[in-house]
Design a protein around this ligand. Structure first.
Ligand SMILES: Nc1ncnc2c1ncn2[C@@H]1O[C@H](COP(=O)(O)OP(=O)(O)OP(=O)(O)O)[C@@H](O)[C@H]1O
Length: 470
């Protein structure tokens, strides 16, 4: 059925928006789609208005097809969706008289404009939300604080409470991959908005900054790009290292940076390197980046990894035994993203097969991840470390000497070779002066017995193992 009246069209448009909102989720909808208004239906075209070219292009490329499908489901006659730029959508008074206007302005509106009253009501949204949607789960509540990140966290909190305060502008967060820089930035953005919904916060990666700048150059519309960014209260640029060697974009960023700081606006930047290590970033920009607060996020400790896992496991719908969390915290030491990925995989597997998570199932499901994280230790390294530790000569690892002060460390080294490498017993035997595999077997069980019986000795071996593994 073609839309019969303005009321019916408005209701149909509201349903289309509602479905789109369900499909893309609240955050995305509010960020990109909330400002759509319907101009009307012109022949086979539904005409939608958005206030900027950027929004129009974005919605066209990301949601154009979806909008068309939803329109066709509601009104099969509509074949296309056209999005136009209109900075000021017509006020309600004009909307009411749209039928006449359609004839007068020559746009040939087959249908009147939708009355605004029929559109879903939304909370007001900061203007600059066009930039990049924030991740809903990246808040301060879900950020686990520990020694390695407590300083960065405290700085981010401080900035969220008092943006642009002296000494904290810019806030420069740096640290290795997957350690929570983006999480902290989003958390800061959410908190700033919660404190003061009128503040506009723009978050984007340095890569997006560059692509948008290039797009603006191409379309000869750098004014809009500059104005939009310079109108924000808080600008966050993630992964700044991407700008290394991109001189023109750096230059543009430098000007944006200065314009904002001069106006007393807050800048937050993240990078995998400190400002002084950002070789390939112009000196004047590096200097400015380092003149506020520089906070690094260090590699995770076992305690932090375990706390993060505990927090994440508490929200999972299956029970994750503490031993399994300890196993993951012990083995997956690279970064939080991988840790989280491993836990998610375990939980998904348990949900899918309806089986509880156990140490065995964790080993089975995550065997590839755990193996990849196993530090490859060679028999030579073990022999060297053990010889150093017991103060014997390295050659004694393969010599025929049987004195206790030499034989016992050799047995320890064989034991560790069995525990820490994939080598077979005969192979280990060969590497210890061509000894038989039964000698290695005997050494392994003898050391295990001694460790049971003597806590001091067990500690000694555990220490050696730790030194070799880290
Ligand atoms: N302290 C933490 N508490 C809870 N989750 C964390 C913490 N640190 C990191 N994460 C989680 O780890 C994942 C990776 O974090 P994030 O994307 O913020 O890292 P990043 O440092 O920005 O990485 P990259 O260098 O790749 O951009 C996210 O899912 C994040 O929620």
């Amino acid at each position: 059925m073609p839309p019969q009246s303005s009321g019916e069209l408005a209701a149909g448009w509201a349903r289309i928006r509602g479905r789109l909102r369900e499909e893309v989720g609240e955050v995305e909808y509010r960020t990109w789609l909330r400002q759509m208004t319907l101009a009307g239906v012109e022949g086979e075209d539904a005409v939608i208005l958005l206030p900027t070219r950027f929004l129009r292009d974005w919605v066209n490329s990301h949601y154009g097809d979806r909008l068309r499908v939803l329109w066709q489901a509601e009104y099969p006659e509509v074949r296309r969706v056209e999005i136009r730029v209109s900075a000021t959508p017509p006020p309600e008074a004009v909307l009411a008289g749209a039928e006449e206007r359609a004839g007068v302005d020559g746009r040939g509106l087959a249908e009147p404009l939708a009355p605004r009253a029929a559109e879903p009501r939304m909370a007001p949204e900061p203007r600059s939300d066009w930039v990049v949607p924030l991740e809903a789960r990246f808040t301060f509540d879900t950020f686990v604080v520990g020694k390695p990140n407590e300083f960065a966290h405290a700085c981010a909190r401080r900035v969220s409470e008092k943006p642009a305060s002296p000494g904290f502008n810019p806030l420069f967060l740096y640290g290795g991959v997957g350690l929570g820089k983006t999480h902290l930035m989003h958390a800061t953005a959410w908190a700033i908005r919660a404190h003061d919904p009128q503040r506009t916060v723009a978050y984007m990666s340095a890569e997006k900054f560059m692509y948008r700048f290039i797009a603006a150059l191409r379309s000869q519309n750098t004014m809009e790009f500059k104005e939009t960014l310079r109108a924000v209260d808080v600008l966050m640029i993630d992964d700044l290292q991407f700008l290394i060697g991109k001189d023109n974009t750096q230059e543009e960023f430098f000007h944006t940076f200065n314009a904002l700081v001069d106006q007393g606006k807050q800048i937050i930047v993240s990078s995998d390197k400190s400002p002084s290590d950002l070789a390939g970033i112009e000196d004047r920009l590096r200097t400015r980046l380092g003149c506020g607060m520089v906070a690094d996020i260090h590699a995770t400790t076992y305690e932090l990894r375990l706390s993060i896992l505990q927090a994440k496991a508490a929200t999972a719908q299956v029970v994750v035994p503490p031993k399994v969390l300890e196993l993951l915290a012990n083995k997956i030491t690279t970064n939080v993203r991988e840790l989280e990925g491993a836990l998610n995989r375990l939980v998904a597997h348990a949900n899918l097969f309806g089986r509880p998570i156990t140490i065995d199932s964790a080993h089975e499901v995550l065997h590839d991840v755990l193996r990849a994280h196993e530090k490859r230790v060679s028999i030579e390294e073990i022999q060297k470390k053990v010889a150093e530790h017991y103060n014997i000569r390295l050659t004694d690892m393969s010599s025929a000497r049987r004195a206790r002060n030499v034989a016992r460390p050799r047995q320890v080294a064989m034991y560790l070779a069995k525990q820490l490498t994939q080598r077979s017993l005969p192979e280990i035997g060969r590497r210890f002066g061509n000894r038989d595999h039964t000698t290695v077997m005997h050494a392994v069980s003898r050391i295990a017995e001694l460790m049971e019986a003597d806590a001091g000795f067990a500690e000694d071996v555990a220490l050696l193992r730790k030194m070799l593994e880290t």
